[in-house]
Design a binder for this molecule. Sequence first.
Ligand code: GDP
Ligand code: IMO
Ligand code: MG
Length: 433
Amino acid sequence: MPVTLVVGGQWGDEGKAKIIDYLAREVDYVVRYQGGANAGHTVVVGDKRFAFHQVPSGVLYPQTASVLGGGMVIDPTALVEEIDALAQHGVEFAGRIHISDQAHLVLPYHILLDCDSEDRRAGGGIGTTRKGISPAYADKARRDGVRMADLRRSPASLRELVTTRVRENNKLLKLRGAKTLSPSKVVEELLKARRRLLPMITDTRPLLWDAVAAGKRILCEGAQGSLLDIDHGTYPYVTSSSCSAGGAAIGTGLPPSAFERIVGIFKAYCTRVGNGPFPTEDGGRAGAKLREIGHEYGTTTGRPRRCGWFDAVAARTVVKINGITDIALTKLDVLDAFAEVKVCTSYRAGGGSVDVFPADARDVSAVKPQYEVIRGWEAPTAGKHLDELPPRAIAYIRRLEQLVGCRIHLVSLGPERSAMVEMPLVRGARAGL
Ligand code: GDP
Ligand code: IMO
Ligand code: MG
């Protein structure tokens, strides 16, 4: 079982980090393949809470090496700060972090451009994390990016390259009436980060190919979620990378055939942060209750997350896009206090039934979710073992399995490492597709 891939099944914040931390107990490499500091991944170990943004969440086990893959856009200064903050919590990094020389840099002008675009867009914009993600990926696609490989240039050559880029972007920022940057300040800050990061920058592809050949265990970690994928999500209300399974091959250099297990992470309900359609959103008391009990506030921005019910139409579509082999269902304990739990089983639109999550965000906005109402179990599940779970909680898990058409293998019942149940396979359950 060389390569396992973990993908978010909804709009991000599904609890990927908790599951990655659980699966990382037994792996040699944990690899991030896309996104950047827009991600906020929380792992709780005892009384410590670790927040990861760019470093893969599997780093807490001393035997794992961490790889920041070529599909990422990395804010170098923020990465150094994150590494230092983790080191202060006793996480030892020496020789354990490898940064792909293909990864692109997020530089201060990307952040200013992201903020400016958001401020200009009517209706509250996309609701980005303002971490410079889309301008950095735009520069990559435009072939104007600065890559980790460029940090290997001499300081003089790097200075020349970055000064040019800052000047070009200052023109754009000035046209838009936004703040501009001092090229020398940007260069000095980058040179400072460069001193720390240079020893970690390498071609991570042969590292991973050799690891596969040697039978090492590799876990690839997607950030965001499939419904935020630039192609398969609710465009334009998406992030700027391929967070679904297809992006993992591109963002690591591993061939698609290497990915044997693809674990989809789904919350037992749904959340979304930022704007864009969300068919099962509950803007009333139930949504507020999910938010309070589930502590649904962003790890990166602190924004309250929009909350609603599990959407089996979206989940079925996501299983197909990713080829999900098994599901980890998280935050089931958040539903303990509900007398009734709703699940969306299908959509109605234009007088007919819709079985696939639409590709066009306007069509997503137009659907009317059809719900099945399930009696809640109204008993604590947090931290329980499988044989202690209320039968109605088990029935909920099995119903989701049926509706989504994919095995639910892991169920998370609390933020702590130990709060995890492995579900036995029942006859008739199957992998997606
Ligand atoms: P990620 O971005 O997908 O890694 O998810 P986040 O870390 O942004 O958000 C998930 C939040 O839920 C974090 O605060 C986790 O500590 C917490 N969490 C994860 N799994 C569970 C669970 O099963 N139950 C509860 N109550 N909290 C959980
Ligand atoms: P993790 O990895 C939830 C959302 C933003 C916004 C949209 C575009 O913690 O699941 P961006 O800054 O990427 O250009 O914002 O995507 N978004 C996330 N939502 N979890 C995340 O990451 C997210 N990363 C980006 O809120 O709607
Ligand atoms: Mg998150």
